[in-house]
Design a protein around this ligand. Structure first.
Ligand SMILES: NC(=O)c1ccc[n+]([C@@H]2O[C@H](COP(=O)([O-])OP(=O)(O)OC[C@H]3O[C@@H](n4cnc5c(N)ncnc54)[C@H](O)[C@@H]3O)[C@@H](O)[C@H]2O)c1
Length: 330
């Protein structure tokens, strides 16, 4: 039986990935410090003999060494994520994302294990044109005094580190640049837009639109995303390369609010919050985000299969079910 290590395995994307790997007959080790992840995300997997959860940090060399040694392949998803967390805890973000990735890379290299690094569309920075971004596009960043860029830079350093290990030491790695990924289990606590819109639409609270809402994003269902991650790891011929993973169906945040309200029958008001009042000064929003997915399509034949309406319907169902589990006064 083949064995995978999923760092961040109790997180939103990680827990869905663990599920997929188990369904495909893998033995799965998940490593997660539960900082933004949640035991509830993997509770249903814990009765399976092939699933093992270690609650510890990727900053723990001894733990990473032991788990990488056991694995045939490694999916490195553990990271400090979410705009709110990044702005409030910049040191934690930099250390987790850079030192954590370096630790994983070092042991993957030492034990000769293939590793996928989960990067982000944030590394493209502040592109203003309405066009798909390709893997070799320029990165456009603001100054280091704007904390907003700290996450992007930390993930860009992860990419540099992975490519350096590949080029200089022969590490077998592949980098997935994830664009907005959405689906059941995503937490709204750290500033993710769809879970927040759905929660407020269902409870009758106002939908908070940051900026003027004309910024556009493309949202990919987590089930599509995890198929891409697995496909990239399974395809051995693409070591040392970067691939966008995301949907090409781009929509403005205002239109997204319309779709969420239509799906939930919500009469919620909308409030517009200037971007620098959302998280404090030093934050600016990127205008448009859409991936070119030609490269991943050519390499592994992947493309997203689920529409935005299916994504919203899934998040609505999950949010309603989770609300039913809450204690009445909780
Ligand atoms: N969701 C998206 O839209 C999106 C977009 C781009 C990139 N990504 C990347 O995908 C990966 C997974 O993100 P997600 O959306 O599932 O968020 P998430 O917060 O649910 O997952 C991150 C997981 O990593 C864990 N973690 C954090 N620090 C850790 C540490 N020091 N040691 C061990 N575990 C730690 C968290 O507890 C959490 O379970 C991240 O690398 C993120 O940067 C996500």
């Amino acid at each position: 039986m083949a064995t995978a290590l999923v760092t961040g395995g109790a997180g939103f994307i990680g827990s869905h990935l663990c599920e997929l790997l188990l369904e495909d007959g893998w033995e799965v080790y998940a490593l997660d410090d539960l900082s933004t992840g949640n035991l509830a995300n993997v509770e249903h997997l814990r009765s399976q003999d092939e699933f093992h959860l270690t609650v510890e940090s990727v900053l723990s060399s001894a733990t990473v060494s032991e788990l990488v040694h056991k694995a045939d392949v490694v999916y490195h998803l553990a990271a400090a994520v979410g705009v709110r967390l990044i702005v409030e805890q910049p040191v934690h973000t930099m250390v987790t994302n850079i030192q954590g990735t370096e630790t994983v890379l070092e042991y993957c290299n030492r034990f000769g294990k293939r590793v996928l690094i989960a990067s982000t569309s944030e590394v493209y920075g502040d592109h203003r044109e309405e066009r798909p971004l390709a893997e070799d596009d320029r990165r456009i960043y603001g100054p280091t005094t704007q904390k907003r860029w700290l996450y992007a830079d930390s993930k860009a350093v992860d990419e540099f580190l992975a490519l350096a290990y590949h080029q200089e030491r022969g590490l077998d790695c592949v980098i997935a640049r994830l664009f907005n990924t959405v689906g059941p289990r995503q937490s709204g606590r750290y500033g993710m837009v769809i879970p927040n819109f759905v929660r407020n639409a269902l409870s009758g609270a106002p939908l908070e639109i940051h900026g003027d809402g004309k910024q556009t994003r493309s949202f990919c269902h987590v089930q599509d995303t995890i198929r891409a991650l697995k496909g990239l790891v399974d395809e051995r011929s693409i070591g040392g390369q970067i691939f966008n993973v995301g949907s090409t169906d781009r929509i403005s945040i205002l239109e997204l609010a319309d779709r969420v309200q239509a799906a939930t029958g919500s009469q919620s008001d909308r409030v517009f919050i200037p971007y620098d009042q959302v998280y404090g000064l030093g934050i600016e929003d990127t205008l448009h985000r859409e991936p070119s997915i030609e490269k991943i399509g050519a390499a592994i034949g992947w493309r997203p299969t689920r529409t935005l309406d299916e994504i919203i319907a899934d998040v609505v169902e999950h949010t309603r079910a989770a609300a039913e589990l809450q204690p009445v006064d909780g």
